[in-house]
Design a protein around this ligand. Sequence first.
Ligand code: AMP
Length: 303
Amino acid sequence: MAPVLCVGTVGLDTVETPFGRVEEVLGGSAAYFAVAASLFTSTQLVSVVGEDFPECHYDLLRSRAADLAGLVTLPGRCFRWSGRYHFDLNRRDTLETQLNVLAEFRPVLPPAYREAKFLFLANIDPMLQLSVLDQVRHPRLTMLDSMNYWISGAREALTEALRRVDIVLMNEEEVRQYAGTPHLLKGAREILALGPSALVIKKGEYGAVLLHGDGYFYCPAYPLEEVRDPTGAGDSFAGGFLGYLAQTDNLSMANLRRALVYGSVVASFAVEDFSVGRLLTVTPDDVRRRYREFREFTYFDEV
Ligand code: AMP
C-alpha cells in the first residue's frame, strides 16, 4: 500500500475551548495528518522540530506508522501555536504563532521520499510546499492545504503552489479571503481556474464540499453530541481523505466521493478530544461503523 508523503508543521499547541485548556500538547498540521492517515496507510513525514520536542512525541508518531527520516531536529525551540475557541466552536482566535525552528527550515527529502506517489502539502509556509513539490519526481496525486496566516503573509508563493497541485483543501473563510469575494462558489471557480482539478471546501460542523469541473458533491459532518476541541479537524480530514485514496490507489470520481466521507468520519473522531487523544483510540472498525452511518443518514429515495 502506498505511503503518503506529508510536509507540514509538527509542534506544541496551547488550546482553550469552553470545555478545558491544554498546554504544549502535540500539534501541528503534519502531526494530525500522520495520526489520522495511519488508519489507512503510513506517512513519510517531512517537518522540523526543536531540541525541546519531547521524546514521547517521537515515539507516538513512530508508533502510528510515521516514517520519521524526514523529520529534522534543529537547534532552537519547536513551532508553537496557541488558540482560543468561542462558545460557538466554529469561531476561534489565534493568540500566538511562534515559528521558531520553522523559520530556518529548508526541507531536503531523503532519496526514497522523492518517489512518493501521494503527496500532501499540509498547512505550512508555501515556500516550503513549493520546495517539496520540486523534489518529488512523478507524484500521482498532490493535495494542498493552507490557512489565513499564509494567505495574507505569503500570497505570491501560495498562488504559485495552487497552480501546481491537483486538489486544494480550504475552509470557507479561506476561499473567501483568497479570492476576495463573499460569494463562495465564485471564489471556488477562481481557485479552480488556477489549475487544480478539484477543490474541497471544509465547512466545519456543516461538512465538506467537493467541486470539480461541473461536478458538486456534498457530505455533511457527523452529528456529534459533544465536540471538545476542533483543532486539527482539517488536517485529520485530510488524513482520512488522502489516506483512503492511497490505500485504495483509485482516483475515480466515485472513489473521491468515498474519500470525502472517510475524511469526514476521521475528522469527527479528532474533535472528540484535545490534541490527537481520540484519534489514538479509534479502530478501523469504528471508522467502518461511522462510514455506514453516513450512508444511512444521507440516503433518500427517488419519488
Ligand atoms: P486546523 O485546526 O486544521 O486549522 O489545524 C490546527 C493545527 O495547525 C494546530 O495543531 C497548529 O499547530 C497548526 N498551525 C497553526 N497555525 C499554523 C500555521 N500558520 N502554519 C502551519 N500550521 C499551523
